[in-house]
Design a protein around this ligand. Structure first.
Ligand SMILES: Cc1ncc(C[n+]2csc(CCOP(=O)(O)OP(=O)(O)O)c2C)c(N)n1
Length: 319
């Protein structure tokens, strides 16, 4: 990784953290339409993987991958408007959290149904292969999500069709309150169905970037899908409403010492690549202004309730 890429990766990880911190405040003020989902401790698995792609590649994130959306050019302001359900947000108040896409930015909207994005992205990768385009598709899955049928169907299809698909497995300790040992035998990496598999320290952003770059190069060489498993830890509950009381405090402390952001800062310092001294306050102030603008944004008009929800407005039954 060169210095410019490292600086961008650092800024994206920090921007993810600052944006989520502000979202938490908005949640505590009762301003968000629902809970807030953190990726604390997992910023590297979202940002470093997405940053290893080219602009022509396509991603489909999950709830824990807000950072990958920022890498693709989504602004914190769009994220605030969405979480606040405002008319000028990406879905005009129809959806909340990070559930929105942006085809022009190569971003397929996250869906709640875990595993469902694997066959979707296998389909995207299939079109790249059929058209002979040098592009890859990437999506993410947690250890819990890997227990779904859709995960197996999608990954199996990608393997037998030799598709340019990267599935980033986030082995992060808990699925809601369920530890992996209660829903799988063995390790996440073993659920690869024959896909080329890489295992990496998910809290080492430089290592994640290198692994994702290698995965992309394999896909572009026509060597089929890659299952890139990142060993990491979910440092917050499933969402802000979950106080994570089922997680051992010492375990959390041991993972806090491996925080991906501070580790990456130490790595950059070792390289002699200093980060901007007042980067955090600058990002905080920019993000704060965006949150304020989102709070002042209009609500959707109730007359538009059915618009943008159905493909066509529902038929009005005569009563
Ligand atoms: C098919 C399906 N089953 C159940 C759920 C409800 N659900 C949402 S998140 C979650 C846990 C996900 O755990 P994991 O995949 O490990 O991801 P993490 O939250 O740890 O990042 C569950 C069961 C869902 N969204 N989709």
């Amino acid at each position: 990784m060169d210095r410019i890429t490292a600086l961008r990766l650092h800024e994206m990880m920090l921007l993810t953290r600052v944006t989520e911190e502000r979202l938490v405040l908005l949640y505590r003020q009762g301003a968000t339409l629902g809970s807030v989902y953190r990726s604390l401790g997992q910023e590297a698995t979202a940002c470093a993987t997405a940053l290893a792609l080219g602009p022509e590649d396509v991603i489909a994130p999950l709830i824990r991958n807000l950072g990958s959306m920022l890498v693709r050019g989504v602004t914190p302001e769009e994220m605030f408007l969405q979480y606040l359900g405002r008319a000028t947000g990406p879905t005009g108040g129809r959806e909340h959290n990070n559930h929105f896409g942006s085809i022009e930015r190569g971003l397929i909207a996250p869906t709640s149904m875990l595993g469902a994005l694997i066959p979707v992205m296998a389909g995207v990768a299939l079109t790249f292969k059929q058209k002979g385009e040098a592009r890859v598709a990437m999506t993410w899955i947690g250890d819990g999500g890997s227990s779904t049928g859709a995960f197996y169907e999608g990954l199996n299809f990608a393997v037998v069709q030799n598709l340019p698909l990267i599935v980033v497995g986030e082995s992060n300790g808990y699925a809601y309150s369920t530890p992996p040992t209660k829903q799988m035998k063995g390790r996440l990496a073993e659920r690869n169905l024959g896909a080329f598999t890489m295992e990496v320290d998910g809290n080492d952003a430089a290592a994640v970037f290198d692994a994702a770059s290698e995965a992309r190069a394999r896909c572009l060489r026509g060597e089929g899908p890659v299952f890139l498993v990142c060993e990491t830890f979910r440092m917050k509950g499933h969402a802000e409403h979950d106080d994570q009381r089922y997680v051992d405090h010492e375990l959390l402390e041991s993972w806090a010492a491996k925080d991906p952001l501070s580790r990456f800062e130490a790595w950059m310092a070792e390289k002699g690549w200093p980060v901007e001294a007042n980067l955090r306050p600058r990002l905080e102030s920019e993000v704060s202004a965006m949150a304020d603008r989102a709070l002042a944004a209009p609500w959707p008009d109730s007359a538009s309730l059915t618009q943008g929800v159905y493909a066509a407005p529902p038929r009005q039954e005569a009563r």
